[in-house]
Design a protein around this ligand. Structure first.
Ligand SMILES: Cc1cc2nc3c(=O)[nH]c(=O)nc-3n(C[C@H](O)[C@H](O)[C@H](O)COP(=O)(O)OP(=O)(O)OC[C@H]3O[C@@H](n4cnc5c(N)ncnc54)[C@H](O)[C@@H]3O)c2cc1C
Length: 411
């Protein structure tokens, strides 16, 4: 009855479990799937997030699996270099930027949680259906997996919804919200075993959404054949989309035509895409920011609280920051209702800014500027199109909003 109940063992739920365990606050995680498997493709952890993961003692475990990303490099669709800047430690941060397979990240978090808190602290095959509360605690109802016939109730001090973009708990508090909001951009994603590109630790963004944009970055170190596992995302403005399912298979023919002439000295993009293990398809969606997350002893965290379009590498990072702030609030306030209110006060407005900026001016706004100013034509010299100062200002502006400018992190 004294426990914090965490619903969902994704990136946010597991990080929260680890942070609470470190603060000696008892918790238990309930996860919908029967077996947590290393699902997903690439994910980026920027220095504000890796700082928190280092405080949880996870930097070495992550560094063994991840790429320490060294630079962000932007090209137009003709392969002309627009802008390059250092990232993570290469940019002078105290903490790295990691590009990592989401499954690798989830497994590091899961193993650390199990070994530190105990195997019984995470219960799988528990799909949250809803919850209620009184002035003494919360009661959360689960079925044995999605659609399961059996019912279970877990009681605790507070309940934290970490159940992702289709959160059942968010729906309970906001029943009329409707489906996630489609951005007009569809994504095809995959991983390809390929020789290292550029610095071997570059995060490449190229092209623009109306014609076809690619994001490419390695997520595992070089294997015995000298190849890396490299993540890619093709993003294309598309009027129609199908509901997001993290496991939906995509078809090469639906998008590869947009990249048919992308033969660059750093990558033969069509050949690289064709060599992928498999292709996933999902729409770029988010939700309008909510007016509140905390309802007495219940609150939302991560994608359940603030799903965002993945254009700023911030989805996982903001969930990790939520976990740290919520843990601090629960440590500081004896009254759980006050703790959850304090957490919301610190995080709701901050994440709202990130959600809205990801719609309008994420880091790839650099590509949009050049696309518009050149009317989608090759340029002679980039300085004739946009000054270095303007490019730096676009990049730094996003860092400030998302909370990972160097100054903010040092403070
Ligand atoms: C299978 C999967 C694959 C993903 N792949 C990528 C990727 O490749 N790249 C990327 O950038 N982001 C990916 N994401 C999203 C990314 O993990 C999140 O955007 C971000 O890390 C925030 O994490 P979160 O914990 O809020 O949500 P998530 O990481 O989505 O975690 C939510 C967790 O809650 C569980 N859950 C859902 N409903 C219930 C319920 N009713 N009861 C109990 N548990 C429930 C889910 O099974 C999941 O484990 C993926 C998410 C999932 C679930």
């Amino acid at each position: 009855m004294d426990e914090v109940i965490i619903v969902g063992a994704g990136i946010g739920g597991l990080t929260l479990g680890l942070a609470l365990e470190q603060a000696n606050i008892p918790c238990r995680i309930f996860e919908s799937v029967a077996e947590i498997r290393a699902i997903g493709v690439g994910i980026n952890l920027l220095p504000h997030a890796t700082k928190e993961l280092a405080a949880l003692g996870l930097e070495n475990a992550l560094a063994k699996l991840a790429i320490q990303t060294t630079d962000a490099t932007f090209f137009n669709r003709f392969g002309q270099l627009i802008y390059q800047e250092p990232l993570g430690r290469a940019a002078g941060y105290d903490h790295p930027q990691f590009s990592i397979h989401r499954g690798d990240l989830q497994m590091v978090l899961l193993e650390a949680f199990r070994s530190r808190a105990g195997h019984d602290r995470i219960v799988t095959n528990r799909h949250c259906l809803g919850l209620e509360q009184d002035d003494k605690g919360v009661a959360v109802t689960f079925s044995d997996g999605p659609g399961g016939a059996n019912r279970f109730t877990a009681r605790g001090r507070v309940a934290i919804a970490c159940d992702g973009i289709n959160s059942a708990i968010r729906k309970q508090f906001f029943p009329d919200e409707g489906e996630p909001r489609y951005s007009g951009v569809n994504m095809w994603r995959g991983v390809t075993r390929w020789k290292p590109m550029l610095s071997g630790a570059s995060m490449v963004r190229a092209g623009w959404l109306s014609h076809g944009k690619m994001v490419i970055y390695p997520i595992r170190t070089v294997d015995r054949d000298g190849l890396q596992l490299i993540n890619w995302v093709a993003e294309i403005e598309t009027p129609n989309y199908r509901k997001r399912d993290w496991n939906r298979a995509g078809s090469l023919d639906d998008f590869i035509g947009r990249f048919s002439d992308w033969h660059f000295d750093w990558c033969d993009v069509p050949a690289f895409i064709r060599a992928a293990d498999s292709v996933l398809e999902f729409p770029m969606v988010d939700q309008d920011p909510l007016p509140r997350w905390s309802f007495g002893r219940i609150t939302l965290l991560g994608d359940a609280a603030h799903p965002m379009v993945p254009r700023g590498s911030n989805g996982a990072g903001q969930a990790i920051l939520d976990a740290r702030v919520l843990t601090a609030a629960l440590s500081e306030h004896a009254d759980p209702v006050a703790a959850l209110a304090a957490y919301e006060k610190q995080r709701l407005e901050a994440t709202t800014r990130v959600v809205l900026t990801n719609r309008t001016n994420p880091p790839d706004a650099i590509l949009r500027e050049v696309f518009e100013r050149t009317r989608d034509k090759p340029f002679k010299a980039i300085e004739e199109v946009i000054s270095r100062d303007e490019l730096v200002a676009l990049s730094e502006g996003y860092k400030r909003i998302a909370g990972y400018s160097k100054d903010a992190l040092r403070r």
